[in-house]
Each structure stands twice: as structure tokens, then as C-alpha cells.
Design a protein. Structure first.
Length: 454
């Protein structure tokens, strides 16, 4: 895809390279720059027009951004930073060490420095950090003609003109109106005649996850961002939310796998940092599994008398772990996309109790049938095939029910305590159910097989 650009770069045909690159999208230019050696990256950046360079810089990965920040001259870097969109610039600035951040802020114009400092002042992972202060605000007493003239004058810097925001004399949001309403209305129509006062918004301190939920619920390209007094201070756009949504999903998937979330992409994470993120949970799960050995040791006499019971341990504990993991996956995802909330825990418990009971009954019938059929064909369980089958069947009902309840309730408990529900991951649920499953199994066996095998 970039063969021609590479040839022009190697032949030092700078003017032709500039023409070649300016004809393609900034995201593609960013991909090309990331494939180059550091020295070549600087050359390419220096020959790009400043507007295109700023848009390209927004698409480049963080490591390359920081490398270019150190290598480009102050004048070029100042031009790029001043022309970047405030939200993308904030994502870069918040990752810089404090001493570099101060120097970088000094490269900005007074207006852009004020914007950058304001955005950096909002809490981490808040909507305020990701918003842009560039939007189109209008007054309800204006006519359509006045609105269109206002867009022509001040709309170039706006992140999007799909939505226009109607504010009162104190800057408080009154409504948002799609640009299409103005394009298809008569020039003398008043803005107030187009209002329906049905709009969605988020506040500067709202968590990004909440904003993601609003975007999915209202299907908007942008949402207004308000202070707690209702004053419009910015907008947050769909493309930024999609990036944040991808990061959240990645983090949840990593946690669900039984590890701490990585702060950098997999390929950029140092080996020892990767080990650190994974070792803690592995040790914790290992200690948990040691309790499984302790549980089996507690029932050592029963196992010694009926070694056949040990044959079904993997079957029993895996069934409980699998059912728990299924339930945990469903509930964690439902909580994440706000299908359910903490107040729905009783509804979920009733539903999962019935689900676990029926699923356990299905597996219990299969388990019982397998043992009885094998005993009739091979006679491997002696005179106690039916009793062993009943033991395994009842145990499967109990352990699947218990696993389902554990997997569904743990996310609620963790969320109530202020933790991320994703940390009630499949390995954690499986380990918990493994230990308790053995207790359930051998307790049922000691009752049903008493006087027979025990």
C-alpha cells in the first residue's frame, strides 16, 4: 500500500512525497509513519502541512507520539499541538511525566493552554477529560438564516456540526437540534419553533462507562457535556467513546481471564510487567485450589473405602465450575451494559436458582444414565451401580445449582463493595466452586452410600 511513498522517501523526493501523502486519509498516514524508522518518522512529519500533521498525530499510537514529541523542534511541535483536537491532545498529555507535561503546556497558545489545563483538571476516566470545547451553540430567538450564517463563520473549528446546541443567556443548555432541521426549514423560521426539549446529556464528572451507555441508548454522534449547574462546556463525540469502549472491553476481558488489566497493548507490555499482572491472580487461584486438596484429605476415609468415588471428581467439579462461569459471564455483561442494576439482584437470584436447578437436573440425568449403562455393559461398579448413579446425579444437581448461584451473585457483591464485577472472573468462580463442590459431593455420598460402600 505504501510502496510508492517509501520509494519517494528513500529517493528524497520530498515534494512528491508531500503530494502523495496529502492525498490520503490521516489515519493511513499514521499507519505509514508507524511502519518507519524513528529518523524517517521525523522527516515525514516535517514535510506534512501543519493541519494534516495535527490530524495524523491524533491517530498515531502513544509511544510514537511521545517519541516524536521529543524529536521534533519546538516550533513544529507547538504547531501540531495547537492544531490537535483538545480531547485527543488531553489523552497524550495525561500520559506524560510531570516535568515534560509542563514544558509541553508551555508550547501551547494561551487559549489552548487554558483549554488543556481545564480538561486535565477533571478526574481521570471522566467525561470531562475526553470532551472538546469546540461546538456550535445558538440562541432560541435566532432565525434559521442567522443560524446558518453563524455556522459559516464559526463552524470550521467545531468537532461536529451534526448537532447544534441551544443555550440561554447564562450558557445553560436548552435543547439540541439536528442540522437537518435547519437545512430544510424556511430562513425566517425561529429556532424556538424547532425545539422539542428532548435531549440526552452527560456531565463533566460522569464516568466514561456511563457515557458509553448513553451513546448506545440514544444513538447519537455527539452528546453535550454540562456542569452540575446545567451550563454547556463541551461535547463528547462518538469516535472518542468508541475508543474508550474498546479499552473498557479489553480491560474487562483481561480481568475475566483471571489477571490484572494491562496498561499498555500486549506487544508493548514489558515481560516482567506481564508476569507481575498475571502472577498475583495465579498465586491466589493456586492457594484456592490447595483447599481442594484439603477437602479431599478431609474425606480420605470415604475415598479409601470407595475408590470409585474419586473417578467422578473431575466430572463433578468441572460441571460446577462451568455453570458458575456461564452465570458470571451473563451477569457481568448485563451489569456492564446496564441491562440490570444492583436492585435487580433478587430477580436474578430467583431466575438463576430455577436455571441452575433445571440445568443440574439435565446433567444429573445424563450422569446417572452414564453410570447405569456402563455398569450394565461392563459391570464395573458391582452391586452398587444404582446407588453410585444416584449419588452422582444428585450431586450434579446440587453443584450446578450452587455454581450458578455463586457465578450470578458474586458480581453483585463485588459491585456493591465498589469493586469491578469483572474481577469475579471465570477462574475465581471455578476455584470457589471446586472446593465447595467436593464438600457437597462427599457429603451426599456419605449419606446415600452409608452401609453400602461406606
Amino acid at each position: 500500500m505504501f510502496e510508492e511513498a517509501i520509494n519517494l522517501l528513500e529517493s528524497k523526493s520530498w515534494f512528491k512525497l508531500r503530494t502523495e501523502l496529502t492525498a490520503i486519509h490521516p489515519s493511513n498516514i499514521a499507519e505509514f509513519i508507524e511502519s518507519l524508522e524513528p529518523e524517517q518518522q521525523i522527516i515525514v512529519f516535517r514535510i506534512l502541512p501543519i493541519k494534516i500533521a495535527a490530524r495524523t498525530f491524533e491517530h498515531i499510537d502513544l509511544d510514537t507520539q511521545q517519541s516524536l514529541l521529543k524529536s521534533l523542534g519546538q516550533v513544529k511541535m507547538a504547531d501540531i499541538l495547537n492544531n490537535m483536537s483538545p480531547d485527543d491532545r488531553t489523552q497524550l498529555l495525561e500520559e506524560l511525566p510531570s516535568h515534560i507535561l509542563r514544558k509541553t503546556l508551555n508550547l501551547l497558545s494561551d487559549e489552548e493552554r487554558k483549554i488543556a489545563s481545564t480538561l486535565l483538571g477533571y478526574p481521570e476516566n471522566s467525561v470531562g477529560r475526553m470532551m472538546t470545547p469546540y461546538y456550535i451553540s445558538i440562541k432560541k430567538e435566532w432565525t434559521v438564516a442567522e443560524v446558518l450564517e453563524h455556522i459559516r463563520k464559526f463552524g470550521k473549528k467545531s468537532e461536529t456540526v451534526n448537532m447544534l446546541y441551544v443555550v440561554d443567556e447564562k450558557g445553560r443548555l436548552v435543547d439540541d437540534v439536528r442540522i437537518g432541521h435547519f437545512l430544510f426549514s424556511e430562513p425566517e423560521t425561529k429556532v424556538e419553533d424547532l425545539l422539542d426539549e428532548r435531549y440526552a446529556y452527560t456531565t463533566v464528572t460522569d464516568d466514561i462507562e456511563y457515557a458509553i451507555t448513553l451513546f448506545k441508548q440514544y444513538d447519537r454522534q455527539a452528546l453535550p457535556v454540562l456542569t452540575h449547574d446545567g451550563v454547556l462546556v463541551g461535547i463528547i463525540t462518538f469516535d472518542d467513546i468508541m475508543d474508550a469502549d474498546e479499552e473498557e472491553n479489553t480491560e474487562d476481558m483481561q480481568k475475566f481471564g483471571g489477571m490484572d488489566a494491562l496498561e499498555l497493548p500486549y506487544v508493548d507490555t514489558p515481560l516482567f510487567e506481564m508476569i507481575k499482572k498475571r502472577a498475583g491472580w495465579l498465586v491466589l487461584l493456586f492457594i484456592g485450589e490447595m483447599l481442594t486438596a484439603s477437602a479431599m484429605a478431609f474425606f480420605e476415609d470415604e475415598i479409601a473405602k470407595a475408590v470409585v468415588l474419586a473417578l467422578f471428581v473431575p466430572l463433578i467439579i468441572s460441571s460446577g465450575g462451568n455453570s458458575g462461569s456461564q452465570a458470571a459471564t451473563l451477569i457481568i455483561r448485563s451489569l456492564a451494559i446496564s441491562e440490570i442494576t444492583l436492585k435487580d439482584w433478587w430477580f436474578v437470584m430467583r431466575r438463576e436458582f430455577l436455571s441452575g436447578l433445571l440445568l443440574g437436573l439435565i446433567l444429573g440425568i445424563f450422569g446417572f444414565a452414564r453410570i447405569v449403562i456402563w455398569d450394565n455393559i461392563f459391570g464395573i461398579y458391582g452391586d452398587h451401580g444404582i446407588a453410585i448413579g444416584i449419588t452422582v446425579g444428585i450431586t450434579l444437581i446440587g453443584i450446578v445449582l450452587w455454581g450458578t448461584l455463586c457465578g450470578s451473585m458474586l458480581p453483585f457483591i463485588l459491585k456493591k463493595l465498589g469493586f469491578d464485577p469483572a474481577t469475579s472472573s471465570a477462574p475465581f468462580v471455578a476455584t470457589l466452586v471446586d472446593v465447595t463442590g467436593l464438600v457437597i459431593y462427599f457429603s451426599i455420598a456419605s449419606v446415600i452410600l452409608q452401609g453400602k460402600l461406606l
